[in-house]
Design a protein around this ligand. Structure first.
Ligand SMILES: [Zn+2]
Length: 95
């Protein structure tokens, strides 16, 4: 790949993602986000047969919805916001 025009320097790596709520019941707000490796975190789900699956997930700062993403190829450095933190996102008191 060739860089035609250099972008601004990023701290770490980042990818553009859309808030869709995929893997988490849908209902994303559709916000387009530049998601960095510190915004992504691993989540796991357990199945009835005892197996577990792991996902890479981010939480939209606009609405608090979590979206699962494909493998990004870079290190995941974020930590999952608590349920309280997620619930507060997108529900700021209106002024
Ligand atoms: Zn959203």
């Amino acid at each position: 790949m060739q860089v035609l025009k250099a972008g601004r320097k990023q701290r770490g790596q980042a990818i553009k993602l859309t808030c869709t709520g995929k893997g988490n019941g849908g209902g994303g707000c559709g916000a387009k986000l530049l998601v960095g490796q510190y915004d992504l975190y691993n989540t796991h789900s357990s199945h009835y047969d005892g197996s577990t699956e792991s996902y890479i997930t981010f939480c939209c700062p606009e609405c608090g919805t979590e979206t699962d993403v494909e493998r990004t190829g870079f290190d995941i450095r974020g930590t999952r916001p608590s349920a309280n933190e997620r619930a507060r996102m997108g529900h700021e008191p209106s002024s």
